[in-house]
Design a protein around this ligand. Structure first.
Ligand SMILES: Cc1cc2nc3c(=O)[nH]c(=O)nc-3n(C[C@H](O)[C@H](O)[C@H](O)COP(=O)(O)OP(=O)(O)OC[C@H]3O[C@@H](n4cnc5c(N)ncnc54)[C@H](O)[C@@H]3O)c2cc1C
Length: 435
């Protein structure tokens, strides 16, 4: 039978595999890890806590993907209203902060609104994300909120980013909305995501269990070499596998290193692709009443993290009865803020800042504290990305490798986008095979 090799067992790889299942093909998914699911794996600790790799919830509006995921857990999911808070210099604000200024000191509110009004009278050429923020919010808000957040989360100042990743992510308020949110603690929900689905048990990773059972997986198969001419994969163990079509969800800078004889311009382009890395600090607490949201954002530069999330709020089963959990993200990137040291070095600074912000208290009993390093987190849309990406993907396409997923297409992909990306790669592989 014609063989299709898929490298990876994340959602994009299953998107490809599920779509190929209707063809008469011999499809195998190879993964370097001893477990499947890639970035959607759920970590289960013996203390009884479950943590995903960063807050993972399904907020897709695509009804086909919604029912695909519902079927994957036999309908055993809950739908939650998505709740967020913002923290800025001791003040807790609703979300998004630009329409929820209530709670900030009066002089800050006055400055934010005065700048916003003044900005409306100016003409600005938008060359980068910093310009966009200035035009949308005025200088004070742009600098103090999304400007600082961008630096913490994307590891580089907003002027180094483009605007082509934004979509509906950043809400542009009218003056009336800003004024209303400055005067009232209750505001309409204008967030682009209103609710999400999450499995009742097993963490987000449970969405993949059924798909994994229906597929041919080869775990502990670390691809170390791709011979695109001979159409073979060589694994770390020394064993090999042949293929007729290849789909890869491996991060682009990594996949290029697996191929012998890559032209110098492609290697150079791959080195220009920027992605953040993340230290996740997973904390289990002996009480569960410290959070009323799913995610909180932190703007101050002297707080080590930009974002916290609360897995016990996504599913009660993510923590033992009466206990709560906090996942904290701290960002790095090889290009802009290289990671040094050990993930555990961040546990104490994170706990210190959680106490400073009042998320937990000094006397709280911590039942679990564990840090994990995630080498690939969010694609950084800097000014190199588009050009470097077209060189790398153009080359891979020429040698017959179809890439998919967040790190295979190098996009700001949520799980639904990654699934669809896998489906597109499968379609492409089938059309290659029929040529
Ligand atoms: C912090 C964070 C929060 C997120 N939150 C959400 C959210 O709330 N909702 C949402 O929908 N999406 C969210 N996402 C996005 C989501 O994680 C991705 O869209 C999706 O998981 C990407 O899947 P993938 O298959 O493309 O990649 P991956 O899951 O990374 O799969 C790639 C696979 O390739 C394997 N691999 C790599 N190299 C080799 C090799 N040499 N040999 C063999 N195997 C190899 C890896 O082990 C891995 O299993 C979030 C992402 C992050 C980082």
């Amino acid at each position: 039978m014609t063989k299709v090799a898929i490298i990876g067992t994340g959602v994009s790889a299953f998107g490809a595999a599920n779509s190929l299942a209707k063809e008469k093909l011999d499809v195998t998914l190879y993964d370097k890890n001893s477990f499947y699911a890639g970035h959607t794996v759920s970590l289960k600790y013996q203390e009884g806590f479950t943590f995903d790799i960063g807050p993972h919830v399904s907020f897709t509006s695509d009804e086909r993907i919604q029912s695909m995921l519902a079927d994957a857990v036999d309908g055993d999911f809950d739908t939650h209203d998505y709740k967020f808070n913002n923290y800025w210099k001791g003040a807790w604000l609703g979300h998004p902060a630009q329409t929820n200024l209530y709670g900030l000191p009066t002089d800050v509110i006055v400055k934010v609104i005065a700048d916003f009004v003044e900005q409306g009278t100016r003409q600005v050429d938008i060359r980068n994300y910093e310009d966009w923020l200035l035009v949308a919010y005025g200088r004070t808000f742009a600098e103090q909120f999304p400007g600082q957040y961008t630096y913490k989360y994307h590891t580089t100042p907003a002027r180094n980013l483009t605007t082509d990743w934004m979509g509906p992510r950043m809400y542009r308020p009218k003056l009336e909305e800003m004024l209303y949110g400055a005067l009232s603690a209750e505001t309409p929900n204008v967030h682009y995501i209103q609710n999400f689905r999450y499995p009742r048990s097993g963490g987000f990773g449970r969405y993949l269990d059924k798909w994994a059972r229906a597929s041919h997986l080869e775990l502990n198969h670390h691809v170390e070499r791709i011979d695109a001419r001979a159409r073979t994969l060589t694994f770390r163990s020394g064993s090999t596998a042949s293929y007729d079509a290849l789909i890869s969800s491996v991060p682009l800078p990594e996949v290029v290193k697996l191929i012998a004889g890559v032209p110098a311009d492609v290697t150079a382009a791959a080195a220009r692709l920027a992605c953040s890395a993340c230290v996740l600090v997973n904390i289990g607490v002996a009480r569960d009443d410290f959070a009323n949201t799913h995610i909180d954002y932190f703007y101050d530069l002297d707080i080590v993290f930009p974002r916290t999330s609360y897995p016990h709020m996504m599913a009660r089963s993510n923590a033992p009865a009466g206990c709560g959990s906090i996942q904290v993200e701290v960002y790095f990137s090889p290009k802009y803020r290289p990671f040094a040291g050990k993930p555990e070095d961040y546990i104490e600074p994170v706990l210190r800042d959680l106490i400073r912000c009042g998320v937990i208290e000094e006397h709280d009993k911590i039942l679990l504290k564990h840090a994990v390093y995630i080498p690939y987190a969010n694609i950084i849309f800097d000014h190199d990305r588009a050009d470097a990406l077209s060189i790398v993907r153009g080359y891979l396409d020429d040698i017959g490798i179809d890439t998919c997923g967040r790190y295979g297409e190098w996009g700001y992909y949520w799980t639904d986008d990654s699934i669809k990306s896998g489906e597109r790669a499968a379609e492409k592989a089938v059309s290659r095979l029929s040529r």
